[in-house]
Design a protein around this ligand. Structure first.
Ligand code: ZN
Length: 222
């Protein structure tokens, strides 16, 4: 299912060319040490959790999504995902009007744990199939609530038949089975302070969507 793939994020901000040079220079730092923190602190987009065959260990920071929205996934060059604006704009969503169907999307704040003891906040964005599994885990008294235990998440298969796998890991098994130390209370508090909220979800301008509807769907919005 296309919505699980990672897309190339490019700016939809129409004013992106009006960059304040002085300010831009201030955020351009030298060396590798800044790579991760820079990506995290200065990106206007949430850093998505990437799911692969090799499992990643995460802890859900909250028991519910920080945001739910609908996403248009358009097969095209450049940016492919666009938040549906049908409920946000009185003139509606040009992509919906052009007959393209958006998919529900749910975003969770998770801490991604690395073997070197680092943990980073990530946005775990899932579609309708995975949200059902997560809800079941959350409601299951031996697994939930979602933020109680750790989870090893991986993907198996490719393309439309790919599947996201969730394996619950108790804190006491984390070190032995995964060679990763559990987060401390302070660690959790610190990573929670970087958690995303719904303001991070990119809202495309109607103008952008009108031009995509006309370029990719031959749709005349006027
Ligand atoms: Zn739409």
């Amino acid at each position: 299912m296309g919505i699980f793939a990672e897309d190339t994020v490019t700016s939809t901000d129409d004013t992106a060319t009006d960059i304040d040079r002085t300010q831009a220079r201030r955020v351009i730092k030298r060396g590798w040490g800044n790579v991760d923190s820079t990506k995290q602190a200065d990106s206007p987009y949430a850093q998505r959790l990437k799911i692969d065959e090799k499992p990643v260990i995460v802890k859900f920071l909250e028991d519910e999504p920080y945001s739910s929205f609908r996403m248009h996934w358009v097969e095209r060059q450049g940016q492919k995902s666009f938040t549906c604006i049908a409920d946000m704009h009185e003139q509606g969503c040009p992509l919906c009007d052009a007959g393209h169907r958006p998919n529900p999307r749910f975003a969770f704040n998770v801490a991604l744990l690395n073997e070197d003891g680092d943990s980073l906040v990530r946005s775990y964005e899932v579609g309708p199939r995975v949200i059902d599994s997560l809800k079941n885990f959350h409601m299951n008294p031996s697994m939930g609530p979602l933020s109680k235990h750790y989870w090893a998440i991986s993907r198996s298969g490719k393309g439309p038949t790919s599947q996201t796998n969730h394996q619950m890991v108790r804190a006491r098994d984390l070190e032995e089975e995964w060679n990763i130390a559990p987060l401390t209370e302070e660690g959790i508090a610190s990573i929670k302070s970087q958690a995303y909220d719904e303001s991070i979800v990119p809202i495309p301008s109607r103008k952008t969507l009108v031009s995509i509807a006309s370029e990719d769907f031959d749709y005349n919005a006027s």
